[in-house]
Design a protein around this ligand. Structure first.
Ligand SMILES: *Cc1c(COP(=O)(O)O)cnc(C)c1O
Length: 368
């Protein structure tokens, strides 16, 4: 049986008529940028996030960038970031002229290790950016404690973890200002690029609303050097149609993960995902680890099973960050993850037979 890495089929079938209806409403409204659909989605996503404010923007990278800009983080500032995140988190820091200071993850959960934070804090440190990687909430209590002790901002990167929680509180609601992405493959995905910022701070929200729209609150009056980073009406309408079903889709992801856990248990050289005490996981990705990663990926590919690597090169070893003069070995946990992790097929509505086919192929591989 062929199994792709990702299929939108069950999701799209479930919401086809609602989404098409929402799109024709926008089409007929003759108002396509910053109108009622964006306003409505912002209110709904703020409520979902248990924050008072949500600002829709063009994508997740802009959400991170505008969040840091609104906090006035700039050249000369240090920002703590995971050594093993998607490069977007680092890029946002670079865009405001600040310096990314990598901190290694807990090798069991892959999320930033709160016990390593204090050693990375300097007099220049202004903020910590936890990334709820692969869909698992970071250990937010310990992170918030360190931030409060050192008077640092917290900016969550919630791109992979809409609906996850730590000790009952939803991700994207802990930090001073938080960013998420609705890239199509994310747990809540648009039909193109989209993102949002969430916060409980009305003044920060106002700044971000101004920054996303040319630095302007009143048309043709520009207060600051702003951006064009608006959420489209069409994407907002699609997201409003999908949001009510997000937690049902999350349950389906958890069912798929539980099946993998069951079918893949007991393989010696295969580490399955682990969830920290107090955290929940929304399985944006189901990531396993093995010392035979490249061989396994090749074997699965030959069987028609799609996999991906999140991520093959940690940011500190990317060409783009060569100017910072990091060396191989500087962040060895991130480097080992990059050579050993493999993301298995995962989507809401993935059938048990498909999970079994992937699991059986993996078992066959490890018997050889
Ligand atoms: C997807 C992602 C982003 C960026 O989102 P875009 O909408 O693609 O710009 C940022 N951080 C993480 C962890 C992501 O997975």
């Amino acid at each position: 049986m062929k199994v792709p890495f990702l299929s939108f089929t069950p999701q799209n079938q479930a919401i086809r008529s609602q989404v098409l209806e929402a799109m024709s409403r926008v089409f007929d409204s003759q108002w396509y940028v910053l109108g009622e659909a964006v306003k409505q989605f912002e209110a709904e996503y703020a409520q979902f996030s248990t924050t008072t404010e949500c600002i829709g923007v063009a994508n997740g990278l802009d959400a991170l960038h505008l969040a840091l800009k609104a906090l006035d983080i700039k050249e000369g500032d240090d920002v703590i970031v995971p050594s093993n995140t998607y490069i977007a988190t680092w890029l946002a820091i670079s865009f405001v002229g600040a310096t990314p200071v990598p901190v290694e993850p807990n090798p069991a959960t892959y999320n930033i290790d709160p016990a390593r934070l204090e050693a990375a804090i300097t007099p220049r440190t202004r903020a910590i950016m936890p990334v709820h990687l692969y869909g698992q909430a970071c250990e937010m209590q310990a992170i918030m404690d360190v931030a409060n002790r050192h008077n640092l901002y917290v900016v969550e990167d919630n791109a992979q973890s809409q609906g996850a929680a730590y000790r009952g509180r939803i991700t994207g609601s802990f930090g001073d200002v938080n960013a998420t992405s609705f890239y199509p493959g994310k747990n809540l995905g648009a039909l193109g690029d989209a993102g949002a910022v969430t916060t409980n701070d009305a003044a920060l929200a106002k700044k971000i609303r101004t920054l996303r729209n040319y630095g302007s609150q009143q048309k043709y009056y520009n207060e600051v050097i702003g951006h064009n980073s608006r959420l489209d009406e069409l994407q907002a309408a699609v997201l409003s149609a999908k949001l009510p079903i997000l937690m049902e889709w999350t349950s389906q992801r958890r069912e798929v993960a539980a099946l993998y856990d069951q079918h893949l248990a007991g393989i010696a050289d295969l580490v399955l995902p682990a969830t920290a005490e107090g955290a929940t996981h929304v399985y944006h990705l189901y990531v396993v680890r093995t010392s035979r990663r490249d061989e396994l990926q090749k074997y699965l590919g030959e069987q028609g099973i799609g996999t991906l690597i999140h991520y093959p090169i940690p940011p500190h070893l990317q060409e783009a960050y060569r100017f910072m003069n990091f060396a191989a070995g500087d962040f060895s946990i991130a480097e080992v993850l990059a050579t050993s992790c493999l993301s298995l097929p995962m989507w809401p509505g993935m059938r048990e037979a498909e999970v079994e086919a992937v699991s059986n192929a993996i078992r066959t591989f490890f018997k050889s």
